[in-house]
Design a protein around this ligand. Structure first.
Ligand SMILES: Nc1ncnc2c1ncn2[C@@H]1O[C@H](COP(=O)(O)OP(=O)(O)OP(=O)(O)O)[C@@H](O)[C@H]1O
Length: 259
């Protein structure tokens, strides 16, 4: 349902993402991890049609996001890390607007159900500009979920959410995937990624350091083979970064010796 094939994005001289390929199928919750500046948001922006790949292709629900933007955009919901919401609308008005755009069946009752889920019903007639950061985040999540999208694309979902809402959202994404949808999320929360993701890609400075299930990553970093089965994603993540740094030092030393 999501296919990223040899995606590369350059900004001037800088390569933000280099030859990234992965796919996310129905029923899968997929995590894109990496340090600051790794290329996560750049990848997400390509998937939702906000930035054009320098090379490679990105497809959502079978549609090339750049060649068939209307079809692709109808198939996914997007929760950005900094959502833009029309502040002069109330939450109900904004959600009604989204429901009309996507022709959501039983829109009124669906909107009320979602406002209930996030305990926003009593604030539903307040202007969004009066909302706290977390409340806006919840409205952005509802707006993406209302059309029940085949593909859900989420950039840093938990920022600003209280612990109760964060748990709800985690369960919501898992349940969405379990209903045969595809969910792609980026996060800095390794415990979150470990708890909900079926497969992961770890990026660093635009390159893939590791990819696969938790077991694949453990095998790749030698932590399972070394008898430390059950190693946390945090350990695996740091191991991948350490290995990358060691490889770079070795390459530099080899280059120095050759001069
Ligand atoms: N519009 C742009 N112009 C120039 N460089 C950019 C642009 N957008 C992103 N970059 C660069 O691309 C690289 C990857 O950035 P990106 O925002 O994708 O990282 P990220 O993994 O989402 O990081 P973070 O965890 O900090 O959000 C960074 O070095 C960033 O400076």
């Amino acid at each position: 349902m999501i296919e990223v094939s040899h995606y590369t994005k350059r900004f001037g001289q800088q390569t933000a993402v280099n030859d990234l390929s992965f796919s996310v199928g129905p029923g899968e919750l997929f995590g894109l991890l990496g340090s600051n500046g790794a290329g996560k948001t750049t990848t997400i922006r390509a998937l939702v049609g906000l930035t054009r790949p320098t090379s490679g292709t990105v497809r959502v629900a079978g549609y090339d996001v750049w060649a068939q933007p209307m079809q692709a955009k109808a198939a996914f919901g997007y929760i950005p890390d900094r959502p833009y919401l029309y502040g002069k609308l109330t939450a109900r008005e904004l959600l009604r607007f989204v429901a009309d755009l996507y022709r959501v069946p039983n829109a009124s009752s669906e909107i009320e159900r979602w406002l209930d889920v996030f305990r926003l019903r009593e604030y539903g007639n307040e202007l969004v500009e009066t909302y706290s950061h977390g409340m806006r985040q919840k409205v952005a999540i509802i707006a993406a979920m209302l059309p029940d999208p085949e593909v859900l694309i989420v950039d840093e979902p938990m920022v600003g959410l209280d612990p109760h809402a964060a748990r709800q959202v985690r369960e919501l994404f898992r349940a969405h995937a379990d209903r045969g949808r595809a969910v792609l999320l980026t996060t800095h929360s390794l415990p979150l990624a470990e708890a909900v993701c079926d497969r992961l890609v770890v990026l660093d400075r635009g390159r893939v350091l590791g990819a696969g299930t938790m077991d694949d990553l453990r095998a790749q970093t030698g932590t399972a083979a070394g008898g430390v089965e059950g190693d946390s994603l945090e350990r695996v993540f740091f191991r991948l970064l350490e290995e990358e740094q060691a490889n770079e030092r070795a390459a530099k030393a080899a280059a120095g010796a050759a001069e």
